[in-house]
Write a protein that binds this ligand. Structure first.
Ligand code: ADP
Ligand code: ADP
Length: 227
């Protein structure tokens, strides 16, 4: 699903944020990406979603070679990827329902199909009864779950999350991570950047560690967390 071959990234005027990264993730796999702040985690996720381009090397995602993708193909490519952020980027003046419906509206789905899929996504994250609420009326954990529902409503093959539990207490963090594991169990490939080493250690997934832009652990896929 994800193939990086000697991928490097140097930002304009900056130093090398990623240094010759080579790794693979199989379809249906779930993994964590960890490392100190500034290690390159966000940069790596952004390159998978084509938000940033590599300075050198090759990236293949779901069979598509990113280096060869034209500008016109990028929006279609991005629809295969669900993105979850720490600050969830919800529209605060729109209902929970409208927030989750947004990606489907952009895809031009019919109102009937949108209704069906939004409610299915809200049901999966346990927020069906909150569809008419504004995000401000929800707890931090609930808001993050709305962000996850919005990321999965298009049924992406690949789910990427950047510090999805950064603002949550330990119990809510566990719930959110378990939710990702649920989506993984039904076949979604999941890659989560996280600082939360304690939480990661308790989950049975591969851990990749970045240090100053180099992958120092977990590149080969055979490696698992301490459990
Ligand atoms: P900042 O200074 O921006 O807060 P730090 O680099 O100090 O960021 O790290 C923030 C968090 O990341 C801390 O909780 C720390 O324990 C954790 N952390 C630090 N180094 C690593 C590492 N190599 N891998 C994973 N987590 C780390
Ligand atoms: P992490 O997510 O692990 O905290 P990042 O991927 O955000 O790390 O950053 C990796 C390195 O790239 C850092 O040194 C950071 O300052 C630098 N960086 C990130 N984004 C930019 C940018 N848009 N322009 C220049 N440098 C950047």
């Amino acid at each position: 699903m994800i193939h990086f071959e000697q991928v490097s990234k140097r930002y304009l005027g900056g130093h090398e944020a990623l240094k010759s990264l080579t790794f693979n993730m199989a379809p249906g796999e779930m993994a964590f990406l960890t490392g100190h702040s500034g290690a390159g985690k966000s940069t790596l996720l952004k390159m998978i979603a084509l938000i940033e381009k590599p300075s050198s090397g090759h990236i293949r995602i779901a069979g598509q070679i990113l280096n060869r993708m034209s500008r016109r193909q990028i929006p279609f490519f991005r629809r295969q990827i669900g993105l979850v952020f720490q600050n969830h980027n919800l529209l605060m003046d729109r209902s929970v329902y409208d927030n989750v419906a947004l990606p489907l509206l952009i895809e031009g789905e019919s109102p009937r199909e949108i209704g069906r899929r939004v409610r299915a996504a809200l049901d999966k994250v346990g927020l069906l009864e909150r569809e008419a609420y504004l995000p401000i009326m929800l707890s931090g954990g609930e808001q993050q779950r709305v962000g996850i529902a919005r990321a999965v409503v298009t049924k992406p093959k690949l789910l990427l999350a950047d510090e999805p539990t950064g603002n949550l207490d330990p119990k809510l963090s566990r719930e959110v991570m378990n939710l990702f594991a649920d989506f993984n169990r039904v076949g979604t490939t999941v890659l989560i950047a996280s600082h939360d080493l304690g939480l990661i250690a308790r989950m049975p997934f591969r851990v990749m560690t970045l240090k100053n832009g180099e992958l120092v652990r977990g590149a080969d896929g055979g490696e698992r967390g301490p459990n």
